[in-house]
Design a binder for this molecule. Structure first.
Ligand SMILES: Cc1cc2nc3c(=O)[nH]c(=O)nc-3n(C[C@H](O)[C@H](O)[C@H](O)COP(=O)(O)OP(=O)(O)OC[C@H]3O[C@@H](n4cnc5c(N)ncnc54)[C@H](O)[C@@H]3O)c2cc1C
Length: 454
């Protein structure tokens, strides 16, 4: 019987296992992870009636690969729609909260947003750039001006990528926007010109990853937390899961590979997939191809620390998804997610739960603070930004030292070189969120593409 060994029980490894199982029903699949539980960045925890998420909390309506994974593996009934108000997001800028999404009147009467309209309208007449790649900050400053970039773009980058918009690549992080300027000389013209193509791409995604209509909500998660997909897939794909096991070395052995775990156990595999961080994959392949290992090590990561707070009762429940803070505000937090504003059933009736996000490329050492410091900073943020002064009865902290890979300027070229070098690895495949996108849906789609290409 053929054996596949997967290093990494995060969403990429789990999805790779599921799609491989669909193609090869009789093969043996071994899944290893240094952690005691599967999920990688997917980390959910019930604390009484509070559901805490420490990593991703959900997906948008166009997450076809993720929906297909749920449906094809028999987990569709785990899907939970977000509240209608989850589409309302906020940015904290110049000392106050600005609403984005939801009631258009709130945006049309916002002076800071109105001030940006001339620059946004001028975008179509700004000449296109000539570079093959540039930073997100430089790209948008050129196209919509510095003020709009500081306000509208930078907060998003700080929150979603935990990154520095002056370092991250427009081409790798926002390929559609980059391609729009290349195609038509401006973002707006390019998006208009490529509208039909983008619609066709969405339909293609849906035909590659068919699934039922998840309903009218715009944001979705799983009833018992997003990590619950991990144990489900281990059962559904009939995986042999080895927790607390790190792949430390792989040695070619004829047509197979000898996979050595950190505790000295040796397993034989016909195919191996490594889905850990680029830096951890580098250590495994070092002796096989040092050049490849060097390239993998040049992928950098931003740290994120999250503090979850559960309030049994609250006077001012916050409505909406949450808010982000542009780096120009020099805040110690990246933003706050209103978990109970986004989903029902994650806090007791009359209560609420929130996630305060710290760290990122601008504050990489905050996670080194003590638990007590982080909790006090989180409570200060709850009070300062949201006026919530009640005492939380449940608290949960998670420090992600290497949370999000940073697609810096030139990332596309780096990935091309990694792919070229990786050809030398026979029967070893490299996947993970350091290439192909950092989102939950991207990880599933990359894993599916890999399995289907075999
Ligand atoms: C705080 C946070 C919030 C996020 N929020 C969102 C969100 O709201 N929406 C969204 O779409 N995305 C979000 N993301 C991004 C998304 O969650 C991740 O990109 C995705 O889960 C990564 O999955 P992965 O399997 O590629 O990597 P990981 O989850 O990192 O899994 C890799 C696994 O490999 C294991 N491993 C490493 N080395 C070895 C080895 N040598 N042998 C065996 N195993 C090994 C690791 O222990 C780990 O479990 C968030 C990420 C973080 C950290």
């Amino acid at each position: 019987m053929k054996t596949l060994i997967i290093g990494g029980a995060g969403l990429t490894g789990l999805s790779a296992a599921w799609f491989y199982r669909q193609k090869f029903p009789d093969h043996r699949i071994i899944l290893t992870d240094p952690d005691s539980q599967p999920g990688g960045n997917l980390r959910s925890e019930w604390r009484g009636e509070f559901l805490f998420e420490y990593g991703p909390r959900g997906v948008l309506k166009n997450a076809h690969a993720f929906f297909h994974l749920l449906h094809s593996s028999g987990a569709w009934d785990k899907l939970k729609p977000g509240r209608k108000t989850a589409s309302i997001r906020f940015l904290w800028y110049k000392g106050r909260m600005h609403q984005l999404g939801g009631n258009p009147l709130a945006m049309l009467t916002n002076i800071e947003l109105l001030k940006l309209i001339p620059a946004l309208l001028r975008e179509t007449s700004v000449p296109p750039g000539q570079l093959e790649d540039e930073s997100i900050y430089d790209f948008f400053s050129r196209r919509i001006g510095q003020a709009a970039t500081d306000f509208l773009v930078d907060g998003f980058i700080t929150g979603v990528w935990a990154g520095d918009s002056r370092q991250l690549s427009i081409r790798s992080a926002f390929p559609t926007i980059w391609a729009a300027e290349k195609a038509a000389g401006s973002i707006r013209k390019g998006l208009k010109a490529t509208r039909d193509q983008r619609k066709a791409d969405q339909l293609k995604q849906l035909s590659d990853f068919p699934h039922p209509d998840p309903g009218p909500a715009r944001f979705f998660s799983l009833r018992d937390g997003i990590q619950s997909i991990a144990s489900h897939l281990i059962t559904a794909a009939r995986l042999q899961f080895h927790p607390n096991s790190t792949i430390s070395e792989i040695t070619p052995a004829g047509s197979q590979s000898e996979v050595t775990l950190a505790d000295g156990t040796v397993l034989m595999a016909d195919q191996v997939v490594l889905t850990g961080k680029a830096t951890s994959t580098a250590s495994v392949v070092e002796h096989l191809n040092p050049t490849l290992a060097g390239l993998l090590r040049s992928v950098t990561y931003a740290p994120v620390t999250v503090v979850n707070l559960g309030y049994p009762s609250i006077r001012k429940p916050a409505s909406g998804f949450g808010f982000l803070i542009p780096s120009a505000e020099k805040s110690t937090i990246l933003g706050i997610i209103y978990n109970s504003g986004t989903f029902e059933g994650v806090a007791p009736p009359g209560g609420a739960c929130f996630t305060v996000m710290f760290g990122g490329a601008h504050h990489p050492t905050i996670g080194q603070r003590s638990d007590a410091d982080l909790i006090s900073m989180a409570r200060e943020a709850m009070s300062g930004y949201l006026g919530i002064q009640e005492t939380p009865t449940e608290l949960g902290i998670r420090r992600w030292e290497s949370a999000i890979p940073q697609y810096r300027v030139g990332h596309d070229l780096l990935i091309d070189r990694i792919r070229q070098e990786a050809i030398s690895l026979k029967g070893i495949h490299l996947l993970g969120n350091w290439s192909g996108g950092i989102g939950v849906n991207d990880c599933v789609a990359s894993a599916a593409r890999w399995a289907r290409s075999l």
